[in-house]
Design a protein around this ligand. Structure first.
Ligand code: RB5
Length: 146
């Protein structure tokens, strides 16, 4: 992925620590990161942060985003309500790859209470490195919002 395009990232308290680590990972790789919060381990609703990131993607203010909560489930439910958002909850490399190749996922959703740090970094890196195949898959993803 183009490093000129900033990535927006958000989490609730349950995944705050993993969000911080992923932010550090991305910055270390030369990406620009917009942190939509949360900014501490104080309890918050994942819905608020999911909406912030999904809205930014939906409106085209950012092309790619990462969302995290305890399981990733709540964040993926929230994010996929937004037009033009294709949020993929993944915890394995194959799903991450296919979410890019076939679904052109624009939000990667991760579970902070599920993943270890190293696997999370691998998932993020794979998601950034994998392109969309287009072709018949383009019509399919376009028809989601038609
Ligand atoms: C917070 O306790 C937890 O419900 C949240 O992080 C997430 O897992 C929701 O889907």
């Amino acid at each position: 992925m183009d490093k000129e395009k900033p990535i927006i990232i958000g989490s609730d308290h349950a995944a705050f620590e993993l969000k911080e680590k992923i932010k550090g990972y991305l910055l270390g790789k030369g990406f620009q990161v917009e942190d939509a919060g949360t900014h501490s381990i104080a309890s918050v609703s994942y819905v608020d942060y999911g909406k912030k990131v999904a809205e930014a993607i939906s409106q085209g203010r950012f092309s790619r985003g990462i969302l995290l909560c305890g399981t990733g489930l709540g964040m993926s439910m929230v994010a996929n309500r937004f037009r033009n958002v294709r949020a993929a909850l993944c915890s394995d490399i194959f799903s991450v790859k296919m979410s890019r190749i076939h679904n052109d996922s624009n939000i990667l959703v991760l579970g902070g209470r599920i993943l270890g740090d190293i696997l999370a970094f691998e998932l993020v890196q794979t998601w950034l490195d994998t392109g969309f195949e287009g072709g018949r898959h383009l019509e399919r993803i376009q028809s989601m919002d038609a």
